[in-house]
Design a protein around this ligand. Structure first.
Ligand SMILES: Cc1ncc(COP(=O)(O)O)c(C=O)c1O
Length: 433
């Protein structure tokens, strides 16, 4: 049997950092990444045969757990019919219809292969439709690794940001404004001074890339008003939250709190592909007509709407749209958060958590952070020790304090109880940080 360590060493010889996406390398928490050999239901097994209760679910897609029989069956049948045609298929139409059925703000979608591609295309569409260049994003929100989005705030509100990655020329981010999440004054100020130049405001409505931080209701409401007043488009990046926090995504959660609320453009990924490379962006028919082949905004993809991926996504959406699915999932997820909180309390460790649907987060601090700066100031050392303690006890949490967690429909009460029991053990060791 090959060990995780020897695989990691081998991987590092041929793949930079040994991984194909940076957070997998365990750099934030230290230690050796687990090389996963297989997964089933709520569990993953590593190369050494060790079993883990999985709370990342491929970073969100595996909402039914791994290897659901109905999804496997759909994928196997689709694969027999062909992997990829480069021509339209009925399943693409069905998947588009299914997404639109659950998300009333969306009249048409275009299917792509990754969240990055979907976010990047949504911005191009917003710019093309408005004829404007500037975009607003918020610190701590991740919308994929498109050049214009790898940017941190400049020195002042009116200034453009700086690239956060080498290889991104400053000119490429000169139209990207980066503001603090949940900061009403900043968004007011930016619209006051530059509102008529802004193509779109893009947000993770419940941010899962700075652990778990909700956009405050008045913040979302005001951005929607400002966008409308100034002819800018409000883009909800629901790559993580879409079909994960509720069947209608985070926008359905906000629509309950803000009467009549709808974002202008929505971006999806993760759950809609059920673990296969599939993502989408969508909006009104009128704006979508701007896309090639109908309009001047170019966008394309060899594997877009892939027949095996759409089969996987459709089978997943069918199962999660059954009545009561999100009530049960939400209760399970909150039970994890409550159990971790109780374990921390019992050990006298400062701790706070939150959840919505099948997505959750927690922090080693006293109150829920409202923006990236506060998230990053929470107790990293305690988080890292907690992460490793849980991993040693067979519980696989996200390996960085700025990532969200995910529960699937396959997690049983016994899995959750085992997780909480492990948390009690580990929290007891964290008291004297
Ligand atoms: C909110 C959000 N947007 C976009 C992306 C990018 O998606 P992908 O990794 O599929 O390119 C992610 C990935 O985690 C995400 O969480």
């Amino acid at each position: 049997m090959t060990s995780n360590q020897s695989l990691f060493e081998r991987a590092q010889r041929v793949i930079p950092g040994g991984v194909n996406s940076p957070v997998r390398a365990f750099r934030a928490v230290g230690g050796t990444p687990r090389f996963i050999a297989r997964a089933q239901g709520p569990y993953m097994w590593d190369a050494e045969g060790t079993r883990y209760i999985d709370y990342i679910g491929s970073w969100g897609p595996m909402i039914l757990g791994h290897g659901h029989p109905a999804v496997l069956d759909a994928v196997q049948k689709a694969a027999l019919d062909g992997f990829s045609f480069g021509a339209p298929t009925e399943r693409e139409v069905e998947l588009a219809e299914e997404i639109i059925r659950h998300v009333p703000s969306v009249e048409q979608v275009r299917l792509v292969s990754s969240g990055t591609e979907a976010g990047m295309s949504a911005i191009r569409l917003a710019r093309g439709a408005t004829g404007r260049s500037k975009i607003v994003k918020f610190e701590g929100c991740y919308h994929g690794h498109a050049d214009a989005l790898l940017v941190k705030a400049g020195s002042g509100l009116a200034t453009f940001g700086f690239p956060t990655s080498a290889g991104v020329p400053p000119e490429v981010v000169q139209h990207t404004l980066v503001l603090e999440y949940n900061n009403l004054e900043q968004i007011e100020e930016v619209f006051k001074t530059q509102g008529d130049e802004i193509a779109c405001v893009m947000i993770e409505p419940i941010a899962g890339n700075m652990n778990f931080v909700r956009a405050q209701v008045p913040f979302v409401k005001r951005i929607a008003e400002l966008c409308q007043q100034h002819g800018a488009l409000f883009v909800f990046d629901e790559v993580m939250t879409g079909f994960r926090v509720a069947l209608g995504g985070a926008q359905s959660v906000y629509a309950k709190l803000i009467p009549g609320f709808q974002p202008d453009i929505s971006v999806f990924g993760k759950v809609i592909g059920g673990g296969m490379p599939l993502a989408a962006f969508g909006t009104s028919r009128k704006i979508m007509q701007q896309l090639a082949p109908l309009g001047p905004v170019y966008q394309a993809g060899t594997l877009s709407g892939n027949p095996v991926a759409t089969a996987c996504g459709l089978a997943t959406l069918k199962l999660i749209s059954q009545p009561g699915f999100y009530d049960t999932l939400g209760a399970k997820t909150q039970a994890v958060v409550d159990g971790l909180t109780a374990a921390a309390r019992a050990a006298g460790v400062p701790f706070v958590g939150d959840s919505q649907g099948g997505m959750f987060g927690f922090f080693f601090t006293d109150s829920l952070p409202q923006n990236y700066g506060v998230v990053m100031a929470t107790d990293k050392d305690r988080f890292n020790r907690f992460f490793h303690g849980m991993l040693e006890r067979g519980v696989y949490l996200a390996p960085a304090l700025y990532e969200a967690g995910f529960v699937s429909a396959a997690h049983t009460d016994a899995d959750i109880a085992a997780t909480i029991a492990a948390a009690h053990d580990v929290m007891a060791t964290l008291h004297s940080a």
